[in-house]
Each structure stands twice: as structure tokens, then as C-alpha cells.
Design a protein around this ligand. Sequence first.
Ligand code: ASP
Length: 522
Amino acid sequence: MQAHWKVLLWMAGGLIVGLIMQWKLEAPAWSGSTWKATDQTGIELVSVEGPSAKSKLEVGRVYDRLIVDRGKSASGGAADEGGEGGGERTIALRTPADFVDAQAQAVNGQVLWLVLASDEQVTQPVALALGMEPDCPRARGIYWFAFAADIFMALLKMLIVPLVLSSIVSGVASVGALKDLRRLGVKTFAYYMGTSLLAIILGQVLVNVIRPGEGAQLGLSPSANAGERSENFIEILKRMVPDNVPTALTSNGAMLQIIFFALLLGYFITRTAEPHSSRIRNLFESFFQVMMRMAEGVLALLPYGVFALLVKVVASTGVEPFKALLLYMATVALALILHAGLTLPLVLKFVGRISPVAWFRAMSPALMTAFSTSSSSMTLPVTLRTVEERGKVSNKVTSFTLPLGATINMDGTALYECIGVIFLAQYYATLGGDPLSLSSQALVVLMALLASVGAAGIPSAGLVMMLTILSALNLPLEGAALLLAVDRPLDMMRTVVNVWSDSCGAAVIGKSEGEMEPLEAL
Ligand code: ASP
């Protein structure tokens, strides 16, 4: 059986097993928090771990109210006092048992909102994400699948840094002449920025036409904690330059730094006199070949890894959190489908003169890996091999364009940033905030582009980057916390589009450089 059919079959199997586990095995909601009674009104948070660990709850603080059933309220205002009316309930917290009861009634995947006791008025509801209880039947069912999935992911992650470093260094060093390098660089950059911008503009148009944020019932408070500063873009640019190379190499998150160093190293190899130049170039080239062999070894496990990953993801995400965000998810999905199914094929056809259908068939192993890992970087070994072996693009082009693309070319992420931010802005505008002006929307477009460049090719990186844009626009960051509940399926889809665009880029550039053999019918 051909390898990609095998992967597809195991993927479908994983989906089915995951759904059966969803359906058959119970998974009570669990926040990982412990509470104690106080002599004030309210209960004190003693510790948080598990699914809530990332929320901004403060240990030692007293909370006196809890709001459940977000998304079902008619008013949409989580902070409404006594929001009984809309199906959203505000529960007074007097003893720790009140909290435990409320948690038991909530659904895994929901977000609860806790309100500070100290404030007379409700000002700062804090999100408490719910996961499943660690020892429930479903968690036990998932355990061994998660174990296998984690090992598979770790194997892929293990390859990222050595592969990116060796492929870029040997790629740039073998392109050799500065003139060639410049031409290849300019083409690659033009393709990456061009397609990302097309994606963002498509996202912007769709989100403005469909308007999923208007009247969405998310249960967020308009006053929630606006405009907290996170990292700005100048910082990201500055961070691109590593002050310590070994430190950069020890982190999968420091990809831009590694790329920066690798580009310089490759370039200066070509500027160094013989025999040193060829010695070190050969060394990196051999290292790259060995890493590719190693990647092949790891990829033999692909069907099983993909199976375990899908069981883990599908079984742990319930359907409940999706309801309120359905229209938003549909908008993102539609934009992704249009970009991947229309814009990029047109570029392939008219710029590259390559049949989009044949190219899509050839790329299927990489796309399936992207879908199940949600990570362009983890998919890189597969992308490199697929584009070279099935797509017949030369190593010279792939080793330069693909590692770069995995980090900086993210069309799916770019479009998602734009839709996510404008969606939240629409939502806050219906709660009384300012609607985004045209100039703010232009700013969103620009920032979505930068965010997609700055995002690492790892799961949920796009959502983290969204915080940067929200804070620049003075929108509450809680919005992004809510989107976390539905991030995984969107992440899987946008990663496919990211990898698809990288591969189309390699094809178009390979063709224009005369470095691509005609595709055989597959
Ligand atoms: N997971 C995506 C990728 O690796 C990045 C994102 O979160 O948008 O391509």
C-alpha cells in the first residue's frame, strides 16, 4: 500500500477511536484548583495546576462569585450581576464546596469566570479553563495513546534544530555565488510575503462580510482587563539576532535566531578561502544527509504516530466549547479553504505553470503530517522529503526555501490572526466598545503579517501571537483565552495551509530556477 494511503487510514482510525472514547467514556470537568474557606465573604485560592495553570488566577486571592454557562446567556455579559435571566448563572462562593459543585455541573472544555471579592463592582473576571479530571475513565483511556503520541512528537521535535541548521547552512553555502543567493532570496521573500498578504486580505474581507463577532454570545466582560502590554514587534526583530548561539540552539522556540545565524554562517562559508570553505561546507552537507536519513527512520512511525495523536486530540476535546464559536470557526475554515483551494492553486498554475491537482497529490504525506501534528516545524522533515522525492524539486531549492518557510511563511496563521482579532473587536463593539476603524483594520493586517512571521512553527503559536495584536489595539486579552478552547482544530487546519503554501513556494521557485523535474503522474 502506498505510504500516504496508509497514513490516511490510520488517521481515520484515530478519529473513530477518539470519537468512540468521547461518546463512551465519562470525563467530568476539572479545574485543577484547590480552595479554602476564609472569614471574609468568598473563598481563597490555594493552588492551581492542570488546565488552569496558564490563566491569570492569583493564588492567595479571595473570589466571591463564579459565572458558569458562558455562551448561553442572552445578554452576553459575563459580569452582569445576577445574570440568571439569560441561562448564565452567577453563583456566590461561600465555602469551597460551592466551587466543587459548580465545577461538577460544568462541562470539560468550558471556561468559568471568577470574580474578585475585593471589588465592589465587578471589574476583573478571570478565566478558568476546565479540562478533564485526571483519573476519570476517559483520561485513563487516553493515557497510553497520549504516551505514544508524546514520544512521536518528541522524536519529531528532536529533529527540528539540527535539520534547520544543517539544511540552511548547506543550502546557502552551496548556492554559492552572491548573485544566485540574492535572486533566490528575493524570489522566496516575495512569494512568502505576497501569499501571506493575499491570505490576510481574504480573511479580512470574509470576517467583515460574515461578521461572526456581532451578537456572538461569549460571556466576556467588556471591562475585562484591557490593554495589557505583551511583547511588541520591535522586540521580536531584536530577538532575531542571537546573543548566544549555543543558547539559541537549545530551544525549538528560538527558530528565528537559528535561521538568522544559519543564513550568516552559510553565506560566510562562501566568503572564506579554501580549503576551509569546502571543508566546513562538506561537513554541514554530510550532517544534513545524516539528519535526513534519521528523519526517514522516524517517519517510518508516521502512521502510528498520527493515529495516537488523533485519538488523544479527538478524545480530549469535547464538542461543548465549540457551540458559541461555531460561526467564527466556520469563517476561519472558509477562508482557509478558499486560500488553499483557490488562491494558491492559481499561483501554482499561472506563476509556476504546475498542475495544482498533481502537486496536491504529491504533497499529501506532508499535509497529513501537518494536520495531525499542528506544527510546521515538526512537519519539516516530511515536507523536505516529500517536496524533493515526490515533487522533484532540487535539494538546492528545498534546503533553502522550506526551512525558512516553516518558520516565516504562515499563510494560514496570518489569515487566522486577522479573523480572530477582528472577530473579537466586533464582539466587544456590540458590548459597547469602539468598532475598529479602517485605519485600525489596516494596522491589524500589517500586524497579522508580522505575527505570522514571528510565530514559531509549533502548536498554538498563532494564538499566542494574537495577544500581541490584541494588546496593541487595546483589546482585552481574555478574548484570546476563550479562543483557546477551540484552538486545536483551527490550528490543525491552518498548519496544513501553512505547509501547503511552503510547498507551493518551493515548487514555483524551483520551476523558475529550472531546478524542478516534471511531475510524474502519481
Ligand atoms: N501551528 C502553526 C504551525 O506550526 C502555527 C500556529 O499556531 O498558527 O504552522
